[in-house]
Design a protein around this ligand. Structure first.
Ligand code: R5P
Length: 291
């Protein structure tokens, strides 16, 4: 197995290579003055199973093109199989045609990756897990919510209640609540398809004088989390800890969340970020060993 560190996920590739005791494949990478990426495999990948680590967090389009170059290049050089480890899989928010004429971006991205020679995707908490069934590439989806909850369990929260927003809320809270031995409930959300603005509701949730953990698969603009934290504060919550797998954090979303009343943010390292107290390297290494 050849582990290839794509520019977007070098650190994670290094962690996985050290867990597996496999050295990283030598890869030459430079960017031309006009911004185009150049790669050279500095060792043979012929007849090898190549595992390319390349997240597709911002800048998404650049990271996707780099992944296509690496995958297509590996196949062209005779690689037997290409597995793309994409810790954060971009474009999964546009998982259907919300309005007439829209491009279903995730389907387009998966099709481009397939055409670039990707045989398998290993990812973490894909935003729209329902796309797995229709993907032209087999997708293995690792769940990092348990690992996040294990870290949060060390934060000495008193009888916390676990909350999570949106459609996947119930599943996320169940996993976290099991680890923390806590109660859970969901936060109802409604997103405007035109503006992207989200409305949240704490209906049926009682948090007065309770420590609260709010879990989500991702924080992008922070809109959902800021509104949730503010509502929880108004409802009398005590300590509020925010946990997310993918900390995209557009436009200082983290600062907005902390200043709205959250005590801490705990994230994983699927996306390089300063709240990555939990690594998914072990989970990924385990899956790679099994495949
Ligand atoms: C929604 O389905 C997700 O679980 C997140 O709540 C959402 O994607 C977060 O986005 P933002 O940070 O922009 O509100």
């Amino acid at each position: 197995m050849k582990l290839v560190p794509g520019p977007a996920s070098m650190e994670l590739a290094m962690k996985v290579s050290s867990i597996l005791g496999l050295k990283l494949t030598e890869l030459e990478h430079k960017v031309f003055p006009d911004g185009e990426s150049y790669f050279r495999y500095a060792e043979s990948v012929k007849d090898e199973e190549v595992v390319i680590f390349q997240g597709t967090h911002p800048p998404q389009d650049k990271h996707i093109v780099q992944l296509c170059l690496l995958s297509s290049g590996a196949k062209d050089l005779g690689a037997k199989k290409v597995t793309a480890v994409i810790p954060y899989l971009a474009y999964a928010k546009q998982d259907k045609r919300f309005k007439e004429g829209e491009v279903v971006s995730i389907d387009a991205v998966l099709s481009i990756l397939r055409q670039s020679g990707v045989d398998k995707i290993l990812t973490v908490n894909v935003h729209a897990p329902w796309v797995i069934g229709r993907s032209p590439i087999p997708i293995e989806n690792v769940d990092a919510i348990g690992a996040l909850a294990t870290h949060i369990a060390q934060m000495c929260l008193e009888r916390p209640i676990i909350l999570a927003p949106g459609k996947k809320g119930e599943e996320m809270c169940t996993v976290a609540a099991n680890v923390l031995g806590a109660e859970y409930s969901t936060i109802k959300t409604k997103r405007d398809v035109n503006t992207g603005a989200v409305e949240i509701s704490l209906e049926g949730v009682s948090v007065e004088d309770r420590d609260v953990v709010v879990i989500d698969d991702m924080i992008s603009t922070g809109g959902t989390m800021v509104k949730s934290v503010r509502a929880l504060r108004s409802a009398g919550a005590r300590r509020i800890v925010v946990g997310c797998v993918h900390a995209i954090m557009v436009d200082k979303a983290d600062e907005k969340i902390l200043s709205s009343g959250a005590e801490a943010i705990v994230a994983t390292d699927t996306v390089p970020n300063k709240y990555a107290f939990v690594s998914v390297a072990g989970l990924l290494a385990e899956r790679l060993l099994r495949s």
